[in-house]
Design a protein. Structure first.
Length: 117
């Protein structure tokens, strides 16, 4: 059996990995989805719209924003529903169950308000 030679040089892979991850974090924005909901080209959302206490209020606010927007590329209903779905999907598992059910009810309410039952 042939013996392997031990290298005397210390491994530098750990140092490289840590410097690589810190530069990647610095170059990318921390919360891109937050920026999308704040600076969307489709809608100018009222601040804290997804934190409102009632599904009807959330749907009404989204509808108002979608109808008054001049920058959206699709219909008002589609834009409002897309923004609501985007928020739910990006929140993922961190979204509390009570808020998730409220937002899901807001989807149904949005359909009612636009007459798309």
């Amino acid at each position: 059996m042939a013996e392997r030679r031990k290298t005397t040089r210390p491994r530098k892979t750990a140092a490289r990995k840590s410097s690589r991850t810190t530069t990647a974090k610095k170059s990318s924005p921390k919360r891109w989805s937050q920026r999308v909901t704040r600076e969307s080209d489709a809608l100018d959302l009222k601040r804290g719209v997804f934190k409102l206490t009632s599904a009807k209020k959330i749907a009404a606010s989204l509808k108002r924003s979608a109808e008054h927007s001049s920058r959206r590329k699709s219909g008002a209903y589609r834009s409002a529903l897309s923004m609501l779905t985007f928020y739910i999907n990006r929140a993922g598992k961190t979204l509390p169950k009570t808020q998730r059910t409220r937002l899901e009810r807001a989807k149904v309410e949005l359909k009612h308000q636009f007459g798309r039952e």
